[in-house]
Design a protein around this ligand. Structure first.
Ligand code: HEM
Length: 82
């Protein structure tokens, strides 16, 4: 899988480019087709970032990613695992 930097991911926030991407545990998912991520916004969260640490605030688990295509990896140095 292709590796992307945090800067490349940030351009897929639903505002700068047509693609909408979200990173979770180092994997980048394309959520462009989701009406729940329209314009890059999902409740109080924005796409174009690693939202690993934010999932704990969600009323759902990571199972929500199952139906989306993993399109790449976030560059390990940029992987916000803290
Ligand atoms: C306050 C925080 C959040 C709220 C209230 C929220 C709410 C929801 C709801 C109601 C759904 C649809 C029902 C379901 O699948 O359970 C959903 C789907 C989803 N959520 Fe969240 N969520 C939040 C945070 C997050 C975060 C932080 C992420 C990413 C790490 C995320 C990723 C997703 C994805 C990928 C879907 C599936 C979208 C689809 O199927 O089209 N959510 N969320």
């Amino acid at each position: 899988m292709h590796c992307y930097t945090r800067q490349q991911l940030a351009l897929r926030n639903g505002q700068d480019k047509p693609e909408i991407w979200v990173a979770f545990q180092g994997v980048i998912y394309d959520v462009t087709s989701s009406r729940l991520w329209k314009n890059g916004k999902h409740y109080e969260h924005w796409a174009g970032q690693d939202l690993t640490n934010e999932l704990k605030d969600a009323p759902h688990t990571e199972k929500v990613f199952e139906k989306f295509e993993a399109i790449g990896h976030l560059q390990p140095d940029d992987f916000n695992s803290r």
